[in-house]
Design a protein around this ligand. Structure first.
Ligand code: ATP
Ligand code: MG
Length: 249
C-alpha cells in the first residue's frame, strides 16, 4: 500500500482507514465493517471529530454503570479488534469486566483470528470462543453468544452494535451501553446509555472515569446512573449538531 504523507490534513483518518482495510485483508474485520466505518466517519466529521460535553457525560455515567455491575462484559467485534484492541483490554482489566468476542457475522475462523489479535495485545481470559447460548428474540446466527459471557452478564458495553441486537439484549434485562457515532441509529435510541463518540476516543475516556470513580461512594454512583436521561442527551446532541452546522457558513 502507498505510504500516506504525514503532512496530509486527514492523516489520522487515512491511517485508520488503512488499519481497517488491512484488517479486512487479514480476516479480522468483515468487509461490511468498512461500510459501517464509513457511516461512522461521516457522523464523526459532522461532530467535528472530538468528544462533546454531552458525550463526555455519557462516558462518565458508563464508567459508573460498569463499576456498579455484578457481571459486566466488554464485547469485541471485528472493527474494534482492528481499531483499538489494546484500549479495550485495558478497560476490561480496569473495571474489571469480561472480554467477549461477539460477531454479527460469526465464523470460527474470524473468531480465532481476533482471539490471536487480543492475545497479542495482552488479553488474559477471552470469552466467545464457544457460542453455546443465544441472545433471546434473535434468529440463531446473529444471536450466538457465550453462556458464561454476554448471556449471563448484567451490563454489556457494545461498540458499533446493530439496532436489533441492542434491543434484544435490553429485552433480556441487560443494561446496554452502546458506542455509536450516529445519534439517530436504532442502537443509539435503544441503548440505556449511548456514547456518541468514536470508539478510539470513547474507550480511553471511559477508562479514565473508571479509574477516577473506583473508590467513589457507590450510592452516589448509583444515583448518577439512575438519573441518566438518555433521550435528553440524544436531543442535546442533535441540537449541538444543528447549531454547529448552522454556524459554519
Ligand atoms: P442501526 O441498526 O442501529 O439502526 P445501522 O444499521 O446504521 O444502525 P450498523 O451497520 O448496524 O448501523 O452499525 C454501524 C454503526 O457503527 C453506525 O451507526 C456507525 O455510525 C457506527 N460506527 C462506525 N464506526 C464507528 C467508530 N469508529 N466509532 C463509533 N461508532 C462507529
Ligand atoms: Mg443495523
Amino acid at each position: 500500500m502507498e505510504e500516506i504523507p504525514k503532512n496530509h490534513p486527514r492523516y489520522d483518518s487515512l491511517k485508520i482507514r488503512e488499519k481497517l482495510s488491512n484488517a479486512v485483508i487479514n480476516g479480522i474485520t468483515h468487509h461490511t465493517g468498512l461500510i459501517a466505518h464509513g457511516r461512522g466517519e461521516a457522523f464523526d466529521y459532522i461532530l467535528g471529530e472530538k468528544t462533546n460535553k454531552y458525550t463526555y457525560e455519557a462516558e462518565k455515567i458508563s464508567a459508573a454503570a460498569l463499576l456498579l455491575a455484578d457481571d459486566p462484559v466488554v464485547s469485541i467485534n471485528g472493527n474494534v479488534a482492528a481499531l483499538n484492541p489494546g484500549d479495550c483490554i485495558n478497560l476490561s482489566n480496569e473495571i474489571p469486566a469480561k472480554l467477549e468476542i461477539n460477531l454479527f457475522h460469526r465464523s470460527n475462523e474470524r473468531v480465532n483470528k481476533i482471539y490471536v489479535e487480543l492475545k497479542k495485545n495482552g488479553a488474559d481470559k477471552i470469552y466467545g470462543l464457544k457460542a453455546d447460548a443465544n441472545i433471546s428474540f434473535l434468529d440463531h446466527n446473529r444471536g450466538l453468544c457465550d453462556k458464561d459471557g454476554i448471556f449471563s452478564s448484567d451490563v454489556v458495553l457494545v461498540p458499533l452494535e446493530d439496532g436489533d441486537r441492542c434491543q434484544a439484549l435490553r429485552k433480556m434485562g441487560k443494561k446496554v451501553i452502546a458506542i455509536d457515532l450516529n445519534p439517530l441509529s436504532r442502537t443509539a435510541r435503544e441503548a440505556d446509555i449511548s456514547i456518541i463518540d468514536n470508539v478510539i476516543r470513547a474507550i480511553p475516556n471511559i477508562t479514565y472515569w473508571v479509574e477516577k470513580y473506583r473508590n467513589f461512594d457507590r450510592d452516589a454512583l448509583k444515583e448518577m446512573v439512575d438519573n441518566w436521561n438518555n433521550n435528553l442527551m440524544l436531543k442535546n446532541i442533535c441540537t449541538y449538531i444543528s447549531k454547529r452546522l448552522n454556524s459554519m457558513f
